[in-house]
Design a protein around this ligand. Structure first.
Ligand SMILES: [Zn+2]
Length: 317
C-alpha cells in the first residue's frame, strides 16, 4: 500500500504509510475481539487507536484491561457478517484491500462462514490472521492459510526491553519474566498492572498464617481484596507458578528453578515445615479459586479462604 516503497519495503513516510500506521487507511479493515455480543470492531475503533498508541507489545488481556472489562473476548457472528459485507464492497482508494484479524483463535464455528472468501479472495484482497496459539484455530481455517511462525522473545531480550523502559526494578522484572512464560506482552501486563510484587503478598500471607494472629490475617485479606479482578487472578496464577517451581525443584536435584532468592528461601522453609501432600491440596484449591474468579466470585471471601488454607497447610503439617 506504500506509494514509494524502498527495496520492496514500505517507506513509512508517505501519506499511505502514515495512515496505515494509525489504522485510519480506509482499505485496511480491522477485526479485533469484542466483549459484547452486539459490538463490532467499527464501534470501538477509536478506543483501539488510543490503546495501540505507544504500545509496542500487547495481547488480548491487555486489550481487555484497557477496556476495563472482565467479560469473555469473542469474535462474533456479527463480526463475521461485517467482514463478509465489507469484502463485497469496492476498495475506496481503488487499490488493495487488507483484512486484518487479531485473535483468530476466538473465531468459533461462525468462522466457517469466511472459508470461501479466504480460499479464493478476489484480486488485490488479502487476509492477515494473527493468533497466539495456532492449535486453537479452527482446522478448516488454518488449512487454508500460509503460516508464518514468530518465536517468542528470549528472557534476556524481554528483560532488556523492560529495563530500558523502566517498567520495574530488576527483581520485579525477573519475577514478571518468570511468570510471563516467554510472552513479552504478558510480562508487560504483569509489570504495569500491579503495585507490589506478588511474591511479597504470598510470603507475607504464609508468614501471617504461621503466626496465626487473627487480626493480622484479616489485615492481609483487606489488602489482597483491593487487587482488581485481573490482578487477583494473576496473584492466584503466581501462586501456582511458585508451588510448581518449588515442588519441581524439591524433587529433581538438577532442576533449575525459576524463583527469586527470597522465594527460594520460602520454598526451602515450606518443605522443611510442611507435608508434601498438603501442598498438592492447596494447589488444587488455588486452581479452583481461579475458576471461581473467572465467574466473578467475591474477592474478600476468596482472600479469606486463601489465608485459612495457608493456615491449614501449616497446621496439618
Ligand atoms: Zn510509504
Amino acid at each position: 500500500m506504500c506509494s514509494t516503497p524502498e527495496n520492496g519495503r514500505p517507506c513509512l513516510r508517505c501519506k499511505n504509510c502514515k495512515r496505515l500506521n494509525h489504522w485510519i487507511y480506509p482499505d485496511l479493515h480491522l477485526t479485533v475481539p469484542t466483549y459484547e455480543s452486539n459490538q463490532i470492531t467499527k464501534n470501538i475503533l477509536s478506543e483501539w487507536r488510543i490503546f495501540i498508541e505507544g504500545n509496542d507489545y500487547f495481547n488480548i488481556n491487555s486489550w481487555a484491561n484497557h477496556l476495563g472489562t472482565t467479560s469473555k473476548p469473542n469474535i462474533t457472528k456479527k463480526q463475521c457478517d461485517d467482514i463478509l459485507q465489507t469484502y463485497n464492497l469496492k476498495s475506496y482508494e481503488g487499490g488493495k484491500k487488507i483484512f486484518f484479524i487479531w485473535g483468530t483463535e476466538l473465531l468459533e464455528k461462525e468462522g466457517n462462514r469466511l472459508l470461501k472468501i479466504i480460499e479464493e479472495p478476489t484480486d488485490d484482497t488479502y487476509f492477515i490472521f494473527i493468533a497466539y496459539n495456532k492449535n486453537q484455530i479452527l482446522p478448516t481455517i488454518l488449512s487454508r492459510l500460509q503460516q508464518i511462525d514468530i518465536p517468542p522473545a528470549s528472557d534476556t531480550e524481554i528483560m532488556d526491553y523492560c529495563s530500558q523502559r523502566e517498567l520495574g526494578d530488576s527483581n520485579e522484572i525477573k519475577e514478571a519474566v518468570n511468570l510471563g512464560d516467554g510472552s513479552i506482552s504478558e510480562v508487560i501486563n504483569i509489570l504495569t498492572s500491579k503495585e507490589h510484587l506478588f511474591s511479597e503478598y504470598l510470603l507475607s500471607g504464609l508468614r501471617t498464617a504461621y503466626q496465626g494472629n487473627g487480626l493480622e490475617m484479616m489485615k492481609w485479606v483487606e489488602n489482597i481484596q483491593k487487587l482488581n479482578t485481573g490482578q487477583f487472578i494473576q496473584f492466584l496464577q503466581y501462586q501456582l507458578h511458585f508451588f510448581r517451581e518449588a515442588i519441581a525443584g524439591h524433587n529433581q536435584r538438577n532442576y533449575i528453578k525459576r524463583l527469586l532468592r527470597s522465594e527460594q528461601k520460602a520454598a526451602n522453609w515450606l518443605f522443611n515445615n510442611v507435608r508434601f501432600l498438603e501442598v498438592f491440596r492447596l494447589v488444587e484449591q488455588i486452581d479452583h479459586y481461579i475458576g471461581s474468579m473467572n465467574q466473578n466470585a467475591n474477592k474478600k471471601i476468596l482472600a479469606t479462604n486463601l489465608i485459612l488454607d495457608y493456615k491449614k497447610l501449616i497446621k496439618r503439617s
